[in-house]
Design a protein around this ligand. Structure first.
Ligand SMILES: CCCCCCCCCCCCC/C=C/[C@@H](O)[C@H](COP(=O)(O)O)NC(=O)CCCCCCCCCCCCCCC
Ligand SMILES: Nc1ncnc2c1ncn2[C@@H]1O[C@H](COP(=O)(O)OP(=O)(O)O)[C@@H](O)[C@H]1O
Ligand SMILES: [Ca+2]
Length: 552
């Protein structure tokens, strides 16, 4: 086929007809980007000077890229036979029995999407079939839409509703959009990760769907990233290895306890909204932070890598898993009352100014300009050889070093917005800028720490405290003051406010001085770590949080 005929082939056909909706006549137009319909009677009245509001009241437009599907209408689609005006409607259907129904995305506020239907009646069968065909032709040109998905369901996540949520809310939408899905209900922890790592035939799919919480997402992330590196011969144990981005996108159907990755990339935790973002083929690149202990790979993180407070909350909450999502509140209060602090050294390489800073008010939103400026590997000043890095550290290389006593050390690679804290741990963190926001909360009084925590839930600035500092970084290291063996890690830490438990440093039981890292909800086996952000390593079926919502 010649290039010209190929191009001709790909040109969408356009269509314009007079069609009926209930008993009103509409001019329906399908152009390259929209499907629009306007009531004919109303537009005639326009010339006779009718008010503007009523002129637009019966004109609608939906974007082609937000059409879910088109189908020949069934009896069920003819909803107006169920309501008033039954006789009139019946007569109308006898007159125009050929109809098609378009399902499309409708925004209902607070970032929630719903699938709505609109039915058009045609004068004859040929016209009806032509409309269905032309709309389907346009849909088939949308290359970013997935056709085949691999779905993993954690039946035990959150309130244990994952399976039901998928079957009742998501699968019917996928069917409507003609997306085929192979579903695996996991039988054990790490089932999804291991299947992705070694078994799954990924060539068959356009994406992977995770039905569960942040922990389940982490499994999918590790499975996909590890599989991609293995396939390309990249050694994940090298902290400075250039990782290969994953080609498959990941969709998240929220069915966990925190669901912050879904909330921070979509703006709401709603299975139907997430399913629709998958169907329309959205793509949101996302940073992944790799975490190493010496030259040993530990884990990847996309949301919170936290030592101290959140590490302790996570450790405690694991014992209360049977409580469901409420376990975090209980462990949160308990950990708050314990009021521990931990000593150590944090070193980090600050990011350049062009990615903004954590205290600017520039939030990451759909089409974010900061995230669109992806640095190429040529201009990555933070990428130097390990040796040079070490020798330059603490000198003029740009590394900053902070020693201290910390209640919490949090690295937020994204805002970590979730229903508990709708603005998140770092409200201005970006999804795909190649940086993480390093938040250091130093030893302070219980009252001050409570004030800081409360500010995560209101409009006040949680960084505006003398004992809190925040830095946007590409990479950081943490070294606890007292190194301990792994077996000792479970013992009690120091308490703030009551003085250190061990005052004589020589006789001190060093194990009491350590917390652990929570990495997207999983506890790391080491406390001395180094973390580096891998810019845009993965993509989600999402578009970031939409700015101003136009309700339809
Ligand atoms: C006083 C109220 C203070 C509320 C402060 C809330 C800040 C919440 C920020 C949450 C960031 C969450 C980042 C995401 C982490 C997830 O990866 C991870 C795993 O998720 P999964 O179980 O779905 O798999 N989830 C978490 O680590 C959950 C963290 C939840 C922390 C809750 C902390 C509650 C603190 C309550 C203190 C109450 C003091 C009361 C004093 C009388
Ligand atoms: N079939 C299963 N049985 C037990 N644990 C599982 C299963 N499938 C996944 N998991 C694990 O459950 C943990 C929590 O899952 P997640 O879906 O994140 O729920 P939650 O948000 O409630 O923590 C994850 O660490 C995941 O590895
Ligand atoms: Ca980031």
């Amino acid at each position: 086929m010649t290039r010209l005929s190929e191009m001709m082939e790909k040109q969408p056909r356009l269509l314009s007809s007079k069609l009926f909706q209930r008993h009103r006549q509409f001019e329906v137009v399908l152009n390259r980007s929209d499907l629009a319909w306007k009531e004919i009677e109303k537009s005639r009245q326009r010339s006779s000077g009718i008010s503007r509001e009523s002129e637009t009241a019966h004109s609608h437009a939906i974007q082609v890229c937000e059409i879910v599907a088109v189908r020949k209408s069934e009896e069920d689609d003819r909803d107006d036979t169920k309501t008033g005006g039954q006789k009139k409607a019946k007569q109308h259907y006898q007159l125009y029995p050929h109809a098609f129904t378009v399902s499309y995305v409708r925004r209902t506020g607070q970032h929630r999407w719903r699938c709505s239907d609109v039915t058009f009646h045609c004068a004859n069968q040929a016209l009806c079939e032509e409309w269905i065909q032309v709309i389907n032709e346009q849909l088939s040109l949308l290359a970013s839409r997935p056709k085949s998905l691999l779905v993993y369901i954690n039946p035990y996540g959150g309130k244990r509703r994952g399976k039901r949520i998928y079957e009742q809310k998501v699968a019917p939408l996928f069917r409507r959009a003609s997306i085929s899905a192979d579903v695996i209900v996991t039988e054990r922890a790490n089932h999804a990760r291991d299947h992705l790592k070694t078994e799954a035939n990924l060539d068959k799919y356009d994406g992977v769907v995770c039905v569960g919480g942040d922990g389940m997402f982490s499994e999918i992330l590790h499975g996909l990233v590890t599989r991609t590196q293995t396939d390309h011969g990249v050694d994940q144990n090298q902290p400075d290895a250039e990782l290969v981005p994953c080609s498959l996108r990941i969709g998240i159907i929220p069915a966990g306890s925190t669901d912050c990755i879904c909330f921070a990339t979509v703006g709401t935790n709603d299975p139907v909204t997430s399913a629709l973002h998958i169907i329309v083929g959205d793509s949101q690149p996302m940073d992944v932070c790799s975490v190493h202990h010496n030259d040993f790979f530990l884990r990847y993180s996309v949301s919170l890598l936290g030592y101290g407070f959140y590490g302790d909350v996570q450790t405690d909450s694991e014992r209360k898993r049977w409580l469901g999502p409420a376990r975090y509140d209980l462990s949160g209060v308990k950990t708050f009352l314990s009021h521990n602090y931990y000593e150590g050294t944090v070193s980090f390489l600050p990011a350049e100014d062009d990615v903004g800073n954590p205290r600017d008010k520039l939030q990451c939103r759909s089409g974010c300009h900061v995230c669109q400026h992806k640095p190429s590997s040529k201009d990555k000043p933070w990428e130097m050889s390990e040796e040079k890095e070490k020798s330059d550290k603490e000198s003029s290389s740009g590394w900053s070093v902070i020693r201290g006593k910390f209640i919490a050390i949090n690295a937020a690679s994204m805002s970590c917005a979730c229903p508990r804290s709708p603005k998140g741990l770092s409200p201005s963190a970006h999804l795909a800028d190649g940086t993480t926001d390093l938040i250091l909360v130093r030893k302070c009084s219980r009252f001050d720490f409570l004030r800081h925590l409360l500010r995560h839930t209101n409009k006040e600035d949680q960084f505006d405290h003398s004992f809190v500092e925040v830095h946007r970084v590409r990479t950081f290291r943490f070294q606890p003051r007292h190194q301990v063996s792994l077996g000792d890690l479970s013992e009690t830490p120091k308490k703030t406010g009551f003085g250190p438990i061990c005052s004589g440093q020589m006789t001190c039981n060093y194990s009491k001085a350590q917390s652990s890292w929570t990495c997207d909800g999983e506890i790391l086996p080491h406390t001395a770590i180094q973390a580096s952000v891998q810019c845009q390593l993965i993509r989600l079926f999402a578009r970031g949080i939409e700015e101003q919502q136009q309700l339809q």
